[in-house]
Design a protein around this ligand. Structure first.
Ligand SMILES: [Mg+2]
Length: 202
């Protein structure tokens, strides 16, 4: 467990080096649950096959799990913040049945044309997680199915951004091949967990 020394002035803390306090930052839709355009009904949540096992493996490897999600359906007026909370609560319950806990779910409710503090590809929520949990971003990973996900990781300075081919991932791989040279591309969350765990050995 990394110890954090809190300084008496706001926004400054010191992480003692030498201990791992890394996170896996996860996109939600198309990455850990099935992509359903503008998902608003908890009953529609479908955990992707193998996702709980993959996340359990990453937890056991010592990573904190943090979800970072754009939910522009709120800003577009398709659903409310309460709907997002209900979906997230359901998802949290589903994964906890498999023994998987998330540290926090950050989400940006704004539409693409609205000012937003954290909407991906902004790295803001990863910076927030650094403050909230003392996470070392340079030892952390970002996993998602869109270009904005991998860009978010790069913008925050994570060790590696990983694109999964689930959700919009296969389409993203075809469409933005020239922009993905620095990304690792795998079939799904299991592939991502496998890649990460193997990279720790090397
Ligand atoms: Mg997604």
């Amino acid at each position: 467990m990394t110890r954090i020394l809190d300084f008496p002035y706001a926004g400054c803390s010191l992480t003692i080096p030498g201990t791992m306090n890394a996170a896996i930052f996860l996109d939600r839709d198309g990455t850990i649950i099935k992509e359903k355009e503008f998902l608003r009904d908890p009953a529609e949540v479908e955990v992707l096959p193998g996702a709980p096992a993959a996340l359990k493996r990453l937890r056991e490897a010592g990573f904190k799990l943090v979800i970072v999600s754009n939910q522009s359906g709120v800003g577009r007026g398709y659903f409310t913040l309460a709907d997002v909370d209900k979906v997230n609560a359901h998802l949290t319950r589903e994964f906890s049945r498999h023994g998987v806990q998330f540290e926090k779910i950050y989400f940006a409710p704004e539409a693409p044309d609205q000012p937003s503090r954290g909407r991906k590809p902004s790295p803001q929520f990863l910076w927030d997680a650094r403050e909230d949990f003392g996470i070392d971003l340079a030892s952390s990973y970002m996993i998602g199915d869109k270009l904005i996900d991998v860009q978010c990781g790069w913008n925050a300075g994570v060790k590696m951004s990983i694109l999964v081919r689930t959700g919009y991932g296969a389409e993203t791989e075809r469409e933005f091949a020239d922009k993905l040279e620095r990304a690792v591309i795998v079939d799904d969350l299991c592939g991502a967990a496998e890649w990460i765990v193997n990279s720790l050995k090397g």
